[in-house]
Structure formats: C-alpha cells, structure tokens
Design a protein around this ligand. Structure first.
Ligand code: 13P
Length: 246
C-alpha cells in the first residue's frame, strides 16, 4: 500500500511561517511517492485549505469534539472540520491523554464522530516508559485500540492507526525498527480479528522519526508510514522523510 507521512505541527506555526513551510514542501511535490498530510492547529485550517488547493497535499486537524454542536466552549466539531475540507483528525494523541485527561472511551467517541462526518481519524495508541518497563506494552496498546474497535465496529478499517510510544515522543529516543514492528504486528493482528479489511489500514509510527531513522522504520512490513512531530516543522527534514517513504 502507498505509505502515509503525516506531520503533526502540534501548537506551532504562524501565518507567515506556515506559508513558507508549505510552499517549500510543495515545490518538491512532483517527487512524492507517498500520501503526505499536515495536521495543523485549527485556526490555520483555512490557510491550509487555500495553500494546498490543486496540490497532492492533504491536511487535517489535531483533535475533534465528541459532540456534534452546542454549548461546548472551545470545542471544534467534525462538521466544522468538514467545512474546511479536512481529510484527517488526530484523536487520542498522548499529549491530549496526558494534559487533557482524555480516556479510551472519549477517544473512541471522537473517532466515531470523525468517521460519521467523512473524516479519517488518526487514532494514536502507545505506552509510557513505565508501562514498557513493567512489560505492559501490548496490554496497553491493545486496550486502547479495543475501545475504538468496540465503538466503531466494521468501520474500523476506515481509520489510520498511529503507534506512538510516549517515551519516544519529542525525546530523540526512537523505538528500534524491531520494537516498532513488533507492536505494529500485534495491532495488525487485533485489527484482523475485527475486520476482513484490516490489511488496508495504515498503521503509522510516531516518536522522534527523523531524516536519519525514517528509512529503516518504514522498511518494516507493518509500518505503513509516519506521524512526525518536530521534524515536520523543517521542510528539508520532512522532505527527507517523505523521500524515504516509497
Ligand atoms: P516527535 O516527532 O516530535 O517526537 O513527535 C511525535 C508525535 O507526537 C507525532 O504526533
């Protein structure tokens, strides 16, 4: 399957720097052999919509509300994201689980809402260092994915799944290709048990992916792309990762 390289800008960017970054990426677009997406802060969705017009660049949000509309101050609905042609919405990123107390059930509800509005949720799962050291990695990621499967049933093949070990995010510590492949294979098995179409689900890796380590990670049989934080903010680095995905 065609790989997917998605940037997660997190809370970074400005109107000016976004234009420069996206233009630098697009000047290379003729070389892309994978799908490329940027998940940007909500205020910049409209800017991405115009910058990416008539280009292969896809874009999305970093979160979505579990509610459809109403008195939910600060929330952004799936319908609003759809208004701006969002293709993706990250749900359950570890930073939201950690700093916004998002639990498995909420993440599953958000994924469901995205799917209902034709937006592909990029569902993040991953263990903390403490959980890994306690030998709980498989248990944790399976529990996180099971909640999403439970709520979304046969639609599960419409998601993108991101394995992001929390200890590898923003730390410069990357999972080894073997460590990542092992968890991806576990997740693939769980998807296969839930859906006949599990093999078309992109399972992407995130956590300090960079120009130097991307090729080895992306060569693993169950690593179908990357969810890239820091390195997606620099055009040259992000383009190197894109070039490694073929
Ligand atoms: P880094 O690539 O900065 O480690 O972030 C990974 C991530 O959290 C992507 O969602």
């Amino acid at each position: 399957m065609k790989k997917l390289i998605a940037g997660n800008w997190k809370m970074n960017g400005s109107l000016q720097s976004n234009t420069a970054l996206v233009q630098a990426l697009l000047s290379n677009a003729a070389q892309w052999k994978c799908d490329v997406a940027l998940c940007v802060p909500a205020p910049y969705l409209s800017q991405l919509q115009s910058l990416s017009k008539a280009s292969p660049l896809l874009f999305g949000a970093q979160d979505v509300s579990m509610h459809e509309a109403g008195a939910y101050t600060g929330e952004v609905s799936a319908a609003m994201l759809k208004d701006f042609d969002c293709r993706y919405a990250i749900v359950g990123h570890s930073e939201r689980r950690q700093f916004h107390a998002e639990n498995d059930a909420l993440v599953a509800a958000k994924a469901q809402k995205a799917l209902a509005f034709g937006i592909t949720p990029i569902v993040c799962v991953g263990e903390t260092l403490q959980e890994r050291e306690a030998g709980l990695t498989e248990e944790v990621v399976k529990r996180q994915l099971a909640a999403v499967i439970h709520v979304n049933g046969h639609c599960i093949s419409e998601i993108v799944l991101a394995y992001e070990p929390v200890w590898a995010i923003g730390t410069g510590k990357t999972a080894t290709p073997e460590q990542a492949q092992h968890v991806h294979a576990v997740l693939r098995g769980q998807l296969r048990a839930a859906s006949a179409h599990a093999d078309r689900v992109h399972i992407v890796y995130g956590g300090s992916m960079n120009a130097a380590n991307a090729a080895q990670l992306l060569a693993q049989p169950d690593i179908d792309g990357g969810l890239v934080g820091g390195a997606s903010l620099k055009a040259a680095d992000f383009l190197s990762i894109i070039a490694a995905a073929h």
